[in-house]
Write a protein that binds this ligand. Structure first.
Ligand SMILES: Nc1ncnc2c1ncn2[C@@H]1O[C@H](COP(=O)(O)OP(=O)(O)OP(=O)(O)O)[C@@H](O)[C@H]1O
Ligand SMILES: [Zn+2]
Length: 285
């Protein structure tokens, strides 16, 4: 059996599957302290005989195998989890190979194998929620370097009608600082889900997201860009983003048809857990 964790800032989804990735059991655990959360994670996985495990984690995390803190959650704003040896604690409990990457790299992998980028060899997965995070798969492999991509913190040009200072604690008006759910709430004084009918809000939002997508396109040339997370439940954002993308790119790069290029997750909320199971499977190859 394969085990997987999609470790998020609000909840941990744990699942077990067979080698065909058919999920046999799953559980959702609220993210509290590391001790309390991992105790529940252990009691779920202790029921099964696992061959390998995959973890897609919120971060920032250390993915550098040469580093002394490989497998740690590092500078996360969730203070209880700062400098937590997450992977090490899992390895202590289960003496099996464990794949480890970011939640969004795992989601990209899930979408590539079984979702909206099926049959492709590359994609970007961006989640627009409480934060903005992006991962990618390139040549079938999660994209990592000295660390992992932090696509949510790219810099964008301000919209002429927007003078919001931004809420990123590090950069103020980076993409996450301007376009995450909490940024919308701070700027307009209402939860993002209550702003549906305010056209102007979504035009500005699309302007920022399209700039980021243009940058990802120019740098990585992915075959698909998948947009998930709470804010992207506003489906009317998709045509606005495609339109902005088009007018910013000005035909310079001949992308796939934008209706097929900039899309919703094919796996819905299961992209991350599916990708984490694939990480586990890849440990066995
Ligand atoms: N239907 C909606 N329309 C617009 N915004 C929404 C909608 N549903 C949720 N959101 C916003 O999305 C944010 C929550 O994001 P999400 O549902 O992806 O949860 P999350 O897992 O906590 O986020 P993250 O992936 O950043 O950890 C909140 O700011 C919320 O206001
Ligand atoms: Zn930032």
């Amino acid at each position: 059996m394969l085990g997987a964790i999609e470790a998020g800032g609000t909840k941990f989804v744990c699942a077990v599957s067979n080698r065909s990735l058919e999920i046999q059991d799953r559980v959702s655990i609220p993210t509290t302290t590391p001790e309390e959360t991992l105790e529940k994670v252990f009691s779920f996985f202790d029921q099964y005989e696992l061959e390998a495990m995959g973890i897609g984690s919120f971060g920032p995390i250390d993915v550098n195998k040469a580093s002394s803190t490989y497998g740690y959650i590092t500078t996360t704003p969730k203070t209880a989890w700062k400098n937590t040896d997450f992977l090490g604690q899992m390895k202590n409990r289960y003496n099996i190979p464990i794949g480890w990457t970011t939640d969004v790299n795992a989601a990209a992998l899930g979408e590539l194998e079984k979702g909206a980028a099926k049959g492709k060899s590359s994609c970007v997965y961006l989640t627009v929620g409480t934060g903005i995070g992006g991962g990618a798969v390139v040549n079938g492999e999660p994209l990592e370097g000295f660390g992992h991509p932090e696509m949510g913190h790219v810099l964008v040009r301000m919209h002429p009608d927007d003078d919001f200072e931004g809420i990123c604690p590090y950069h103020k008006n980076c993409l996450e600082g301007l376009a995450s759910g909490p940024a919308l709430e701070k700027r307009y004084g209402e939860k993002a889900q209550n702003l549906t009918n305010k056209q102007n809000v979504w035009e500005i939002q699309a302007y920022y997201l399209a700039q980021a997508l243009m940058n990802y396109t120019l740098i990585l040339s992915p075959e698909r860009i998948i947009l998930g997370g709470g804010v992207m439940k506003q489906q009317h954002l998709f045509p606005l983003i495609r339109k902005e993308f088009n007018s910013l790119m000005k035909g310079y790069v001949n992308t796939p048809d934008l209706d097929e290029y900039i899309v919703s997750p094919g796996l819905g909320d299961d992209a991350g857990i599916t990708g984490s199971l694939i990480l586990a499977l890849n440990e066995l190859d």
